[in-house]
Design a protein around this ligand. Structure first.
Ligand SMILES: [Zn+2]
Ligand SMILES: [Zn+2]
Length: 251
């Protein structure tokens, strides 16, 4: 599998997951134009776009994806919220497929949504199973991940902020109280990310990619150091423009 990062974080989220010519888009928080550019205007093999929740940075461009005949999938609650927030017509809304919490085949891919903890209508993360059987856990915009998983190969997981940095930024007046409070009940701290990793069986895990980093409250080197120190697994940052090979070989 290969991961192309169009953008990640509060300014916009869009990723392309690719395996053997099959492409799955994650989120539609960046214009389709940016996806087209990244693919050299070769849109073959795009199976669908799966969306985690309705916030602007993840779903702002949903209408243009639908109009370009890209099948779009999300939870029932997210579909309702997206329809209202982005003033979709009935016809546009009907073209969105609402997912249950069960294994769903989407072309050559399979996805299993699971609930996430975020201030949105019905936010979800996904376990994505590629055509080859390799898998990726995608969890973003969630301060905590309740389910436990086995046999995960690759993780694309939010690591938004470092508690001490957010505390210092609040104390020094760089971030306001509302933002500081929201952070702790909507986004993943490095501490909670580490707790999640510790609580799950990572014996099959080959790569960890950290996404949706806060500009003000994160530190890439410190985060990578903490995650590799705790797991020994190669760890990457989903920065705008990054191309990340999700290799299958043991390190
Ligand atoms: Zn977000
Ligand atoms: Zn959000």
């Amino acid at each position: 599998m290969h991961l192309s990062v169009i953008n990640s974080g509060s300014s916009g989220n869009a990723y392309i997951l690719e395996e053997g010519g099959n492409r799955l888009l994650l989120e539609c928080g960046e214009p389709l134009r940016a996806v087209k550019q990244r693919l050299g205007y070769d849109l073959t093999g795009i199976t669908a776009c799966i969306v985690t929740h309705e916030h602007l940075d993840h779903a702002k461009h949903v209408a243009s994806y639908i109009e370009s005949y890209i099948p779009v999938y999300m939870s029932h609650g997210t579909k309702r919220a997206v329809t209202e927030r982005y003033h979709l017509t009935d016809m546009q809304s009907d073209l969105i497929t609402a997912l249950d919490y069960s294994l769903t085949q989407i072309g050559a891919w399979r996805v299993i949504p699971f609930p996430t903890q975020h201030d949105a209508e019905e936010p979800v993360g996904y376990v994505i199973i590629a055509p080859s059987g390799d898998n990726l856990l995608f969890a973003t915009d969630t301060y905590y991940i309740k389910p436990r998983f086995r046999g995960l190969k690759h993780l694309l997981i939010e690591c938004n902020y470092i508690d001490e940095l957010a505390d210092a930024n609040y104390e020094e007046g760089h971030i306001d109280y509302r933002y500081y409070q929201r952070l702790q009940h909507s986004h993943m701290s490095l501490g909670n990310c580490l707790n999640f990793l510790k609580a799950n069986d990572l014996s099959k895990t080959r790569t960890i990619t950290l996404c949706h980093l806060s500009e003000a409250n994160s530190d890439q080197r410190a985060m990578i150091g903490a995650i590799t120190g705790a797991t020994g697994i190669p760890t990457y940052i989903a920065q705008r423009g990054a191309e990340i090979a999700l290799t299958d070989t043991p390190f």
